[in-house]
Design a protein around this ligand. Structure first.
Ligand SMILES: [Fe+2]
Length: 299
């Protein structure tokens, strides 16, 4: 099956459609398209009991592709391999688009370009070490890439301000996890990243924000992203500080064990960074892997 090129604004629905095909459930509109009949005909099939319908939490009908196949031989349903190929292609397009936007965002934040991508690299490498299944790994990658997307709503005069921030400016900056959560909540494909973006500044001791969650009450993905973000920020020049060298950054981050950061996750992070199996990636981006040979996709 030929891979189509989708416009950005239709990428989301295309991704959702492919995901639905892979789970075997599709929308009535797509079922109608596959059978070459109208949506009303599909609805009539459902009402007459010719087709079993499954309902989403929002009350929308979904039908099984295999049921459609029994109803009429469908030549045009792509194979699982073709769907996976399309899914991969669309996923990469998504990452490219998100990556381009985030580079612009990093620049506004006054830190070295590629921060979001490097945080995603670290997070993915951690996901590999911790044995995350592919779906969770993908969500972790997206959440890490987009962790600071809420800063898009904050003015450059605050984001790029050299030196100390006032209390009010600090208050505004601290809104970015919630703003980020709201932004990704608008996109179906990104919805699973919401809690990880919302909680990526929660501290292990409960003194973080926005909800003062503590310990394992903080989603694991958010605890990982917090460490990755902190480490990369220490390694990068920013409006607030000069960049630390590798050793300095490690010793600085170690100070936060048990207070800012989950001590166990931090230990694993530091062990792997020290081993060099999670390479430093310099500031050039690219893929990174820990020991198991799986590679983290990056933009
Ligand atoms: Fe952040």
């Amino acid at each position: 099956m030929e891979i189509k090129s989708y416009k950005i604004d239709t990428l989301g629905s295309a991704m959702n459609s492919i995901t639905q095909h892979l789970t075997g459930l599709i929308k009535t509109k797509e079922a109608a398209h596959l059978l070459g009949v109208t949506v009303q005909t599909i609805k009539n099939y459902i009402y007459l009991g010719k087709l079993k319908s499954y309902k989403t939490p929002g009350g929308h009908h979904r039908v099984l592709v295999s049921d459609l196949q029994e109803l009429a031989p469908i030549q045009s349903i792509p194979s699982r391999e073709e769907l996976l190929e399309q899914y991969d292609h669309l996923y990469q397009s998504y990452l490219d688009t998100i990556g381009a936007l985030l580079n612009a965002l990093d620049a506004r934040d006054g830190i070295a370009s590629g921060h979001s991508r490097r945080v995603a690299n670290y997070a993915c490498a951690m996901g590999n070490v911790l044995g995350f299944p592919p779906n969770s790994q993908r969500t972790l990658e997206l959440a890490a890439l987009l962790h600071d997307v809420g800063k898009i709503m904050i003015g450059e005069q605050i984001l790029g301000k050299p030196g100390k921030l006032t209390d009010q400016e600090t208050y505004i900056i601290r809104q970015h996890p919630e703003m980020g959560e709201r932004i990704v909540g608008e996109v179906d494909f990104l919805r699973d990243t919401k809690p990880f973006i919302r909680h990526h500044h929660e501290r292990f001791d409960g003194k973080g924000y926005p909800d003062n969650l503590s310990g394992e009450g903080i989603p694991l993905e958010a605890r990982i992203i917090f460490i990755a973000e902190a480490f990369d920020s220490l390694r990068s020049d920013s409006s607030y500080h000069r960049s630390l060298n590798f050793k300095e950054a490690l010793s600085e981050i170690e100070q936060g064990a048990g207070t800012q950061f989950d001590p166990q996750i931090l230990k694993i992070f530091i062990e792997n960074v020290k081993k060099g199996s999670m390479n430093e990636m310099g500031l050039s981006g690219g893929s990174v892997s820990f020991n198991n040979g799986q590679r983290a996709h990056v933009v």
